[in-house]
Design a protein around this ligand. Structure first.
Ligand SMILES: [Zn+2]
Length: 353
C-alpha cells in the first residue's frame, strides 16, 4: 500500500448509510461462526504467506515473470479451493492493459443465488528487488501476502459454511489484484471494466497489510461511501471481538485497491495496520507476521460477507434514483448529482460441482 499524507477527495453520496443496510433477519448461526473460526486458522494463513513471500517469488513486482509466477500460485489455490473462474467463464485472468507482460488480476467466484455481489480483495504484487546489499528481495509478507492469504482463507470458510447449509446468499467474488504498488493499476482496470455491474456490488472488503502491530487490532476505513459495510462489520464483530479502529485514516481511502471502487460510489472498505519498521523494506518477512491477527480479520470478513449476502438488496442504480427522488433540492443541482449508472448485463457464472 502507498500511504501518502494527501487527503483523498471523495464526493459522497447523500445518506448512503441510511438506505443500504436494511434490518437483518437471517444472520449466520452460532455453529456457523464456530465453523468460520475453526476453518480460518493462523497456521493456514502463515503457510500461505510463507509460500507467497518466499525468495523464489522474487518480490512479485509488476510487469515481471515473478508476478506471473505469483499469479499462477494464486490460480492453483483458487482451483484447490474449488472456486469458479471469475474473469470469464473459463478464465481467472483479467488483463490490466494491452501489454502482455503486465500480468493479470486474478478473479474467482463462489456462486450464490441471491441478487448482487460481494467482493473480497487484496493485491498480490510487491516491489522490484534492490540492486545492492546482501538481502535484495522485498518479500512483502505483510504487504501483501497477508491480505492474499486472508482472501483465500475467507473463500475456504465461505465454501465450508455453504456446504454445511448456512452459507452465502449472493455470489462472492475473490480478487487478487496486480499493479497496486505501481499505482492501483489492477483495481483501476477492474473498476473501468468490471466483471459484474458496479451498481450490483453490495460491498468490497479490501485487505492490504493485516498482520503487524498490536494484537487483535485493525484499522478499517471506508469513509461515507463505505459506511454500510462498516456498519455490517461492527455488528458481525460482536461475535469475533477484534478492536476495530474505524475511519481514523481518511488519507488511506485512495491509497489502496478500495479507492477506484469508492470513486465510483461502490461501498468499499480497507483493512490495514499502521506503517511499521519493515514497511517497504526487504525485512518484511513471514517470521515477523502476526498470523493470528490476519486470521481474525479474515474471520470477520467471512462472517460479515455471509450476513450481508443474505440481506435484501437494492441495486445501486435504483438506490441512486431513490436518493435523488428523496432530495429534490440536491437533484435539481446541475451535473455531478449521480454516478453514471452501470448497465452492462451480468455475466453468467458457472456453478461449482
Ligand atoms: Zn500493499
Amino acid at each position: 500500500m502507498k500511504k501518502k499524507q494527501t487527503l483523498s477527495v471523495l464526493v459522497s453520496v447523500v445518506a448512503v448509510s441510511m438506505l443500504v443496510v436494511p434490518a437483518r433477519t437471517d444472520d449466520a448461526k452460532p455453529a456457523t461462526i464456530a465453523l468460520i473460526k475453526s476453518t480460518i486458522t493462523a497456521d493456514a494463513i502463515r503457510a500461505d504467506v510463507a509460500e507467497l513471500s518466499s525468495d523464489e517469488m522474487g518480490g512479485r513486482f509488476f510487469r515481471s515473470p515473478f508476478a506471473e509466477k505469483a499469479a499462477k500460485w494464486v490460480q492453483a489455490r483458487f482451483e484447490l479451493i474449488g472456486l469458479a473462474p471469475g474473469a470469464a467463464s473459463d478464465s481467472y485472468r483479467q488483463a490490466i492493459d494491452q501489454n502482455p507482460e503486465s500480468g493479470p488480476n486474478m478473479i474467482a467466484a463462489y456462486p450464490g443465488i441471491g441478487e448482487g455481489f460481494i467482493i473480497v480483495s487484496s493485491h498480490y504484487d510487491h516491489l522490484r528487488p534492490k540492486r545492492t546489499g546482501e538481502d535484495k528481495i522485498f518479500n512483502g509478507a505483510d504487504d501483501n501476502a497477508s491480505g492474499v492469504a486472508a482472501t483465500l482463507a475467507v473463500a475456504r470458510a465461505i465454501k465450508a459454511c455453504t456446504k454445511a447449509g448456512d452459507g452465502v446468499g449472493c455470489t462472492i467474488i475473490f480478487i487478487a489484484f496486480n499493479g497496486e504498488e505501481a499505482g492501483l493499476l489492477g483495481s483501476s482496470a477492474y473498476a473501468k471494466s468490471p466483471t459484474v455491474p458496479l451498481g450490483q456490488i453490495r460491498g468490497v472488503f479490501n485487505m492490504d497489510m493485516i498482520s503487524r502491530g498490536p494484537p487483535r487490532e485493525i484499522f478499517i476505513d471506508g469513509g461515507k461511501v463505505g459506511a454500510p459495510v462498516v456498519a455490517a462489520l461492527k455488528k458481525a464483530n460482536e461475535s469475533i471481538g477484534l478492536k476495530l479502529r474505524l475511519d481514523e485514516h481518511p488519507d488511506w481511502l485512495d491509497r489502496s485497491d478500495q479507492g477506484p471502487f469508492l470513486a465510483k460510489k461502490v461501498p468499499a472498505v480497507l483493512f490495514s495496520v499502521e506503517d511499521h519498521e519493515d514497511y517497504h523494506q526487504v525485512s518484511d518477512e513471514v517470521e515477523k507476521i502476526d498470523a493470528s491477527l490476519a486470521a481474525e480479520v479474515a474471520q470477520l470478513v467471512a462472517l460479515t460477507a455471509i450476513n450481508m449476502s443474505r440481506e435484501p438488496f437494492t441495486p445501486r442504480a435504483e438506490f441512486i434514483k431513490a436518493v435523488k427522488a428523496a432530495e429534490p433540492a440536491k437533484a435539481a443541482e446541475p451535473a455531478k448529482a449521480a454516478e453514471p449508472i452501470q448497465t452492462e448485463s451480468t455475466k453468467p457464472l458457472p456453478t461449482i460441482p
